[in-house]
Design a binder for this molecule. Structure first.
Ligand code: 1CP
Length: 349
């Protein structure tokens, strides 16, 4: 199916920055900009569970558009969750308020793996429909599609829910490498296909979230994770969609994450963009990396921090302004609007 996205989103600042091409000003969006801090989001979600909401195209469209209208950001991020594709193929999973994804029967054996079949576009017709509706509404603003990377997804599936130390995941990885690789191979197919569905319906950029991979050593990353993330990213190679790859606490892994195949490396707030560029090497754009906690600091302090990130980013071959991780739940949304305006103002070429 050919993309229905207007050709002009290809020349948007977001896409140009991702490709290390000149921009009119630094593009900005915020991880977790949809949901969370917006009262209009909480009103819409009233009475509908998170996973149920993700299957309703009109609702997804409205929630995705809310932060674009309110803040004037340079991109929309598709309202969904990293566990939507594994739920779509039949895994019993729930997103529990205040907790996160919880898996009824965790995946810990070869027999369990059969409960995670390959994903086809037929599993997620509501995603195709929502992306098409969105692209029609968004006009010049590009839509970012996303998926969870194999490691982060595997952690939820093996642990059965959110985890601090990922002990069962690491025990499986080292104790039964063959099963680990089989699980991640399957999850790479699921993630890659989920990215592909969104890109083919009109998403202009995709982001692969490996949120918790910073828990690993470099040796474990290259042996147990990188080939699978590369497989997920390769699923959208040739579709003309720049790929962003992001994780938290990944200072030691940035070079290897860049080598997994993305055009843009997302940098968390623990490493400066300047240091990150040195670790990543030439040829990649960077995304990030304002500390989300600074959104609670006095405006003058926050202002200086924003300007510093913009200035550092201008020395990179391409820069997309973002936070170093997601928007925290109780942030005043007006602060996000102010940051968006400031980034645009100080970066106008
Ligand atoms: O009812 C609710 O509002 C639940 C809160 C919520 C929301 C709004 C969850 C549960 N997921 C989402 C949407 C979501 N999740 C988006 C789209 C909105 C946007 O970004 O603007 C995206 C991109 C995600 C991705 C996601 N889900 C990640 C990767 C990003 C990151 O923050 O690192 C992860 C790790 C998840 C799992 C997840 N889903 C929800 C929660 C609370 C969590 C984290 C749980 C944990 O701490 O392990």
């Amino acid at each position: 199916m050919p993309s229905t996205a207007p050709a002009r989103t290809r020349s948007s600042d977001l896409v140009r920055a991702a490709r290390c091409e000149p921009v009119s000003r630094t593009p900005v969006w915020f991880m977790r900009q949809a949901g969370r801090s917006l009262p209009e989001y909480r009103a819409l979600r009233e009475g509908t569970s998170m996973l149920e909401a993700c299957t309703r195209p009109e609702l997804v469209t409205e929630i995705t558009l809310q932060p674009v209208r309110r803040h004037g950001v340079d991109a929309a991020i598709f309202f969904s969750d990293i566990v939507v594709p594994v739920a779509a193929v039949g895994l019993e999973i729930e997103i529990v308020a205040g907790v996160g994804p919880v898996v009824a029967r965790p995946i810990r054996s070869r027999a369990d793996l059969e409960r995670v079949p390959e994903l086809t576009s037929g599993h997620v017709p509501y995603v195709t429909e929502a992306v098409r509706l969105l692209v029609a509404e968004l006009g010049d603003t590009p839509l970012i599609g996303f998926a969870g990377a194999p490691f982060t997804l595997a952690s939820y599936l093996v642990e059965g829910g959110p985890s601090k130390n990922h002990v069962r995941t690491k025990a499986l990885m080292h104790g039964d490498p063959a099963l680990w690789h089989a699980l991640c191979d399957r999850l790479a197919q699921v993630s890659g296909a989920f990215l592909r569905v969104q890109a083919q319906a009109g998403a202009r950029v995709v982001q692969l979230f490996d949120s918790w991979v910073g828990a690993l050593s470099r040796a474990d990353y290259t042996r147990f994770v990188q080939p699978h993330s590369a497989q997920a990213l390769a699923a959208v190679a040739g579709l003309d969609v720049p790929r962003i790859h992001f994780g938290v606490g990944t200072g030691e892994l940035l070079a290897d994450m860049a080598a997994a195949g993305a055009e843009v490396v997302g940098v968390d707030y623990r490493v400066s963009l300047t240091d990150a560029r040195e670790r990543i090497g030439p040829g990649h754009a960077v995304q990030g990396n304002l500390d989300p906690a600074l959104l609670f600091a006095p405006w003058e302090v926050l202002r200086a921090a924003v300007v510093e990130v913009v200035e550092e980013g201008r020395r990179a071959p391409g820069h997309i302004f973002n936070l170093g991780h997601g928007v925290l739940p109780d942030v005043d949304p007006d602060v996000l609007t102010r940051i968006t305006d400031l980034v645009h103002e100080v970066s106008t070429r």
